[in-house]
Design a protein. Structure first.
Length: 687
């Protein structure tokens, strides 16, 4: 998931949905994303949306006499629907349009549409109109919507004086600009390591070596892009290569982004102070489950305590592995984690991650993920081969329930020059009951199946597919609200990674895997003992990765927990890596913040992933562990967690499903138990 751009009304909606019109069926935009890029058509559509939003707001403000839900909330929500549509289409086109010129125009349009959102969040006339509504007789979802909207308005500063609001608008616009620069500096800074000969690539898979032949200068070039980087960090026997690559990777966008980050820290601190908060971390938590900065710090401490024992066992096993070739080794460097973990998985768990790839050809995995979600959520999916999308190979699918179309999604799953390089779900349209069906796009960079290549996926790739599909189901199934402003994943920003991380767990079900993981040559289902070894091996390293995620959460929090004047960005990463992880950071990690993209978007809220992982594991343990698809839990989960969208608070969603608040128990079990029963010969306390 990418970032929230500013503290406007959309906190979580921001990157979500988009399209015009009030038809009741799925809508697509052939004029905008047909084969030939049509920038004028795109800009015309976006302009029309922004104008329609403004008309609705003008109409709302002009009302004389008593205010009602019909004459005030309805036009307000129509403006939100149009603004979301505009913002989200621009986000999507910026990420995926094959034409560079189109993407540049989409970026400029996104700045405009976001600016319109900020202006609305600071509009006192609209705020006063909504605040004067009597919703005491309305349904609970409408009451909750109005209450939450008023909170967001106040957090934006709508009730401040003119000069303060003007300053807030300037700061937010500056922030939007700095965030874009921060991200662009990172994606523009691809670094390359040269190696002298193919022997330096020892240990890497054959297809990797074959695709990295020496260039005209006789040297082999390895870039810091993931498809180059991750296999090298995981499999290359050469410690020098791994170390050099790590240094290059963690140096991206430094020193350029130092000043950009400081600029964002200053803007955010000033915004927080103007609004009466002591820090950005405090302010940023105010409309989230976390509520305040002290709770973030407390959670980081709890997670540290929970991860520590299992992490100590893991690091001892990594060190023992390292000593097989380096008997004098006394510690494990952070850059060695991928490589040594792979060796431990082979030596201790008899599992080689290359062994499962033949069972994960892309097309079968896709069918498996869709079939699993269909069974789990009692839906079906139908491809619409004639519905156009923005690039060749992008698929359009409709979601069907009881013979009715209830939503639409697009699968844009493979790399393409200029495309967004990570994975995310970008909503295309908010679902509104009786008015507009939800739409969303999955934007991923997974291997592609061609006539010559089955598109074999890594274990982690399959997990990513399940994860993003979890977001997609949340958006679609949560997309039957009365209002756009509470549709889909429009809710507390620190809940949205729970449904996605929960669906990842379906990867561990032997039944689910047996249904689609068939060898691409023989068609044989993946052997049960290989699945068992894969599951055990995948449990190894969890505590270390939790510790790392916790260190990143601490970095994100520490950058924003005080005045920028008292904060040294160059000191924070090493301090937090040392405090929260047992692997030893390299000195060069000090500048890692320059390419930690989430410091722009999530800012102080990177803890979201781990907070939601705790919730996701608690949810997951409610399912029948012998058969995840069995019983009434799947439908209960759908009804109580996904379908409400943002119509109730996230805390209530959790309580409605669990019958209590979330606890750390299931998470702790996930982190340590399975792996703790297995290790042979590992002794803890080696360091
Ligand atoms: Zn996610």
């Amino acid at each position: 998931m990418p970032a929230f751009q500013c503290r406007a009304l959309f906190s979580a909606v921001f990157l979500l949905a988009a399209t015009a019109g009030s038809q009741s069926g799925p809508i697509n935009q052939p004029a905008v994303w047909a084969a030939k890029p049509d920038i004028p058509a795109f800009e015309k559509m976006e302009d029309a949306r922004l104008a329609a939003a403004q008309r609705s707001l003008d109409q709302l403000v002009a009302i004389q006499g008593p205010r009602t839900v019909e004459n005030t909330l309805a036009p307000y929500d129509e403006a939100i629907r149009q603004l979301n549509a505009a913002v989200n289409l621009s986000v999507l086109m910026q990420e995926v349009n094959p034409d560079k010129d189109f993407r540049d125009h989409a970026t400029a349009m996104n700045t405009r549409a976001s600016g319109a959102g900020t202006a609305l969040s600071l509009n006192p006339d609209v705020y006063k109109a909504l605040a004067s509504l009597d919703v005491s007789q309305s349904d609970p979802a409408t009451r909750y919507y109005v209450q939450r909207t008023l909170l967001e308005f106040r957090l934006a500063g709508v009730d401040k004086d003119d000069a303060t609001r003007k300053r807030l608008k300037e700061l937010n616009d500056k922030l939007t600009e700095d965030q874009a620069i921060f991200d662009r500096n990172i994606s523009d800074d691809v670094r390359t390591i040269d190696v002298a000969s193919a022997s330096d690539l020892d240990g890497l898979p054959r297809d990797y070596i074959d695709s990295h032949k020496p260039g005209a200068d006789g040297k082999i070039h390895i870039t810091t892009n993931y498809p180059d980087l991750l296999p090298a960090l995981t499999y290359a026997k050469s410690a020098g290569l791994r170390r050099n690559l790590w240094v290059a990777w963690t140096a991206r966008a430094y020193p350029k982004n130092r000043e950009v980050l400081l600029g964002m820290m200053r803007s955010r601190y000033e915004i927080a102070r103007l609004l009466g908060y002591s820090s950005w971390a405090d302010y940023n938590a105010a409309d989230k489950m976390m509520v305040n900065g002290a709770n973030v710090a407390r959670f980081i401490g709890q997670l540290d305590a929970a991860a520590r024992p299992a992490e100590q066992r893991e690091i001892a096993m990594l060190l023992a592995e390292k000593r097989k070739t380096d008997p004098k080794a006394t510690d494990v460097g952070d850059y060695e984690g991928f490589y040594l973990s792979e060796l431990v998985r082979r030596s201790q768990y008899d599992f080689d991650s290359q062994a499962v790839r033949p069972y994960f050809p892309y097309n079968q995995v896709k069918k498996g993920v869709l079939d699993t979600a269909a069974t789990l959520f009692h839906l079906s999916f139908r491809q619409e081969p004639d519905a156009p999308a923005w690039a060749p190979g992008v698929e359009t699918w409709d979601v069907i329930e009881d013979g009715q179309t209830v939503g639409r999604f697009y699968l844009d799953m493979h790399p393409r020059p200029g495309k967004y390089t990570h994975g995310n779900m970008v909503p295309v349209l908010d679902g509104i009951r009786g008015k507009q069906l939800p739409e969303a796009a999955l934007v991923c960079n997974l291997p592609e199946a061609t006539a010559a290549d089955p598109g074999l996926m890594e274990y982690g790739d399959v997990v990513t597919f399940f994860h993003e599909f979890g977001h997609l189901m949340h958006h679609i199934l949560g997309g039957r609200q009365q209002w756009a402003g509470i549709s889909g994943i429009t809710m507390e920003g620190d809940f949205v990674e729970a449904p996605s991380q929960m669906l990842e767990e379906w990867m561990h079900s032997p039944q689910v895997l047996a249904s689609f993981a068939h060898h691409y040559k023989t068609g044989q289902p993946v052997p049960a003992d290989l699945v068992a070894r894969m599951d055990r091996a995948s449990a190894f390293g969890r505590a270390g990765s939790v510790a790392l995620q916790n260190a990143l959460s601490a970095i994100s929090y520490d950058m924003y927990k005080a005045s920028p004047q008292d904060t040294d960005p160059d000191a924070i990463p090493i301090k937090d890596f040392r405090r929260y992880t047992l692997a030893v950071p390299l000195d060069s990690d000090a500048h890692f913040y320059a390419n930690f993209t989430h410091l722009a978007g999530y800012s102080s809220a990177y803890y979201t992933y781990m907070w939601d992982k705790v919730i996701a594991e608690d949810f997951f343990r409610q399912f029948n562990q012998e058969n995840l698809l069995a019983g009434d839990t799947p439908m209960r989960y759908r009804r109580q967690v996904l379908e409400p969208g943002g119509s109730v608070s996230a805390n209530d969603l959790v309580k409605n499903f669990l019958g209590r608040a979330q606890s750390m128990d299931a998470f702790q079990k996930w982190m340590g138990e399975e792996f703790a029963t297995v290790p042979r010969g590992a002794k803890s306390g080696d360091r």
